[in-house]
Design a protein around this ligand. Sequence first.
Ligand code: SF4
Length: 333
Amino acid sequence: MTSMTPEVNASAPSQTLKFPDREIRVGISQCLLGEKVRFDGGHKHAHYCTDVLGKYFTFVPTCPEVGAGMGTPREPIRLVNMNDEVRVRGTKSDDDYTEALTHFSEQAVKRLTGLSGYILLGKSPSCGMERVKVYRENGYRSDITQGGVFAETLMRTYPELPVEESGRLNDPQLRESFLTRVYAYHTWQAMIEEGITPKALLDFHTQYKPLLMAHNQQAYRDLGKWLAGVDKTSVVQKAKEYLPKFMAILKQPATRQNHTNTLMHLQGYLKNNLSSAERQHLRQTIDNYRTGMIPLIAPLVLMRHLFEVHGCEYAGNYRYLFPYPESLAIDGV
Ligand code: SF4
């Protein structure tokens, strides 16, 4: 188990953590909302997005192909490698839509400020996050894949923005990762809006320590050392440099083993307070998570409950235990 001795002298916050009381705006491929904007006049309604996430997020929809003036219904398009340049071409007419789609994407993305996340439809030459097929001029598939035109523009413009494809949200670990990053980014945005101070930055880091540890133990230690010594003069620049480092760590998959280590570490805060039945229950729940029988939310919920019952202010204020609202986690199961 890794030591959690703080590298920075941030004081632990005194209240159980809450999320900022401000709207969470999340961009989304418009067809995922059930709107008939696809090339064939259909949609790709993602019920998890509208029925579950829609209760927590304010969606900001965009259909880049409609926005680029291509109309509905329209000729389907694909990415084609032409003389080492990837172009957007019609599958029937060979019309070239590259400039129209690129221009719209650049303009639209500039307007999408203040988002805390983005959900895209996969495989689309406009919206696919990655692994979109690129064809040769002769119509056969090439060996290359890449993101769609709009998606690449979005991710290049906002490299820290949490982005995920709707289909991948069916995977519990990818869903947990996306929701955690959306809420972390949203919390960061609220803090910056209020005005960054050394204390606010150190408190933020303290709250996220175990979460960072679960994603990458070495990077977590390095970030803590790098942040030590932040003061009024350096805080604005430090915050600017901190965010990409922080989001990059959260983007790395948190392994079950690292989560188990983190849970066992937090369990240590409770050990003197628990009855033997509670201790046994917690140990069993962590072990069930370790062996893949239950999702992460199960030990997290139990641990939150035990911290509430027995009280342990320091650990109870870690975002690791409250990465996103509990009701959202239960809705998503
Ligand atoms: S361009 Fe994007 S939003 Fe529009 S239909 Fe295609 S995948 Fe959906």
